[in-house]
Design a protein. Structure first.
Length: 575
């Protein structure tokens, strides 16, 4: 078997790629595989160049001693190749079982299948690939460098397989051979070395250009094309939307320094006093109730169902309430700033006048809700005071009616005046009784008293005593069975005291009601405008440039994450 000039191409090996030698076997080869390797004939060892001066890598220069040794070893190699071809027949179960018993790992089996495919073999399984490669005398687990693969591709189909088999034989059971006679060194010329290097560099550059072209195409498809579609939509398709900005605050009447104290007085005039009311108003404006009222009064659904609106914003004619509410939430932007206590609202529409009308309607809804909350607060605070006043007023009327009934029933307007009159009469009659008794004593003191005068005086004294007894008995008891003046006086005094007490309670209830009314007025809420809704003159949305840049960054980030994930997974699978 003669070596053609086409097959004598020089192969450049990297200096860091270990070559198989007699003394150094592959460390990763299992012990069973080293034992099962076929012995190498002495003629095969003569095919490799003895020194670097005889050739470049495992190729011998024409006319060198290594070339003559390869020419002498050609018949032996041909014989072994014939035996390898004979062994490439169907695998027997015994051979596959022997290879399976070696305990090869999955990585070694994948390497064997790749090497078999590289050498043009068609194995039926990974174990069959190991058998075919060993039949040809090739190490199934050899790893070729990237530079070796490039040089092997440059050889073409004319390169003999036997030479590669000889170069890749594992040095496991080679017997010791006598050293070959030294041959004169014949290094490559500078032109040949430069040509080979330039060829490798051109191949590397071609591969780089191919990879850059693939990367550019992937970027164009997965990043630039979606970005261009987004830019086309925002610049040419999207409907311009006009924004009306409004700012308002929910305030409470400030309490006086004397009415409140402590922490409540400190927070009375700050934004923390109305934070709950502000959040309630914000929630109401974002609710379906406000949306339905706005649709009923100004036709929100009809406005966003116009045919000239882009499809991503336009509402279908038969859209449900949830779809309309989703559009309402997208067009309304409202937020509460707790540090300043300001509610900021932005309403979007396809024309400036409609946007301003929507904003004014929402502010009117907010004012009505604030009035409802403050009205309920005032009513809650006034309810107790009003009930107390009404009850006290009823009790006063009942006490007064009781006093009047006693006066009418007893016929006594004032018990004190009646008692005072009776006591005056008793005093007068007692004085007359004393005078009559003195006159009687004077008459009886005479030597010969006049009986008639004595009789008259005694009659007067008896009459006065009877009258005094009647007057004194009328104060505590009566002959007719009616209530005495003392009882009437006691009942009138109790009724009048009850009336006075009820009148004092009525005055106190009236004072409490007035205080509650003043406090309720202080607790009243009202909406104060900070920025009134003004009709815009230029569309605020869509922001085409900002949205395009954002879309580019999003697509680029997604592409980068997916690429890194695929690369990491591929590296994990191939390792």
């Amino acid at each position: 078997m003669t070596t053609t000039p086409k097959a004598r191409k020089f192969r450049i090996r990297r200096s860091d790629t270990p070559q198989p030698t007699l003394d150094h076997a592959p460390a990763a080869m299992p012990q069973a595989r080293r034992v099962a390797a076929q012995p190498i004939a002495p003629e095969d060892l003569l095919a490799a160049p003895a020194t670097p001066e005889d050739g470049f890598g495992d190729l011998a220069l024409p006319g060198s001693a290594a070339a003559e040794r390869q020419a002498r070893a050609t018949p032996a190699s041909g014989g072994e190749a014939g035996q390898g071809q004979a062994a490439e027949g169907p695998a027997t179960p015994q051979e596959l079982a022997a290879i399976r018993a070696e305990g090869l790992s999955g990585r070694h089996l994948r390497m064997a299948r790749r090497n078999a495919q590289k050498h043009g073999l068609a194995p039926t399984s990974d174990f069959d690939a190991v058998r075919l490669l060993r039949a040809r005398g090739i190490d199934p687990f050899a790893q070729a460098g990237a530079l070796d693969m490039i040089v092997e591709e440059s050889r073409g189909p004319a390169a003999p397989i036997a030479a590669a088999a000889v170069a890749n034989l594992p040095a496991t059971t080679r017997p010791a051979q006598p050293p070959a006679p030294p041959a004169p060194p014949r290094p490559l010329s500078a032109d040949q070395r430069a040509a080979e290097i330039m060829k490798v560099q051109r191949d590397i550059a071609r591969r780089r250009r191919k990879r850059l072209a693939l990367m550019a195409s992937r970027l164009a498809v997965f990043v630039l094309l979606p970005t261009l579609l987004v830019a086309y939509y925002f610049y040419l398709v999207a409907t311009p939307l006009y924004a009306t900005n409004t700012e308002f605050v929910i305030q409470k009447a400030e309490s006086s320094a004397g009415s409140t104290g402590g922490l409540g007085g400190l927070l009375g005039g700050s934004s923390f006093a109305t934070i709950q009311e502000s959040i309630v108003v914000q929630s109401y404006l974002e609710s379906r109730e406000a949306m339905l009222r706005l649709d009923e009064e100004l036709g929100f659904r009809e406005h966003f169902s116009a045919p000239d609106i882009d499809p991503l914003v336009r509402l279908a004619p038969e859209a449900s309430v949830e779809d309309v509410y989703a559009t309402y939430r997208n067009q309304l932007t409202i937020g509460y700033d707790p540090t300043e206590g300001v509610i900021k609202m932005e309403m979007l529409a396809t024309d400036p006048a409609t946007s301003q009308a929507f904003s004014e309607a929402l502010i009117r809804y907010a004012e009505e809700r604030v009035d409802q909350m403050s009205q309920r607060l005032r009513e809650d605070q006034m309810a107790g005071a009003r009930e107390s006043y009404e009850e006290a007023e009823t009790r006063v009327a009942e006490a007064q009616a009781r006093v009047l009934a006693l006066q009418e029933r007893r016929g006594v307007l004032s018990a004190e005046a009646e008692v005072s009159t009776i006591f005056q009469q008793i005093s007068t009659f007692e004085l007359e009784l004393q005078q009559e008794r003195l006159r009687l004593a004077e008459i009886l003191a005479a030597a010969r008293p006049n009986s008639t005068r004595v009789q008259i005086a005694e009659n007067n004294i008896a009459r006065l005593e009877t009258l005094l007894a009647e007057l004194r008995g009328g104060l505590t008891e009566t002959q007719t069975g009616d209530a005495s003046l003392a009882r009437i006086q006691s009942e009138l005094l109790i009724a009048q005291a009850d009336l006075e007490t009820r009148q004092m309670m009525l005055a106190q209830a009236l004072q409490n009601q007035e205080s509650a009314r003043i406090e309720a007025n202080r607790q009243s809420l009202y909406l104060s405008m900070g920025v009134f809704p003004v009709q815009p003159d230029r569309a605020a949305y869509p922001r085409a440039f900002e949205n395009t840049i954002l879309a580019f960054l999003v697509f680029a980030g997604i592409y980068l994450m997916v690429t890194m994930t695929i690369t990491i997974l591929r590296e994990q699978v191939s390792s």
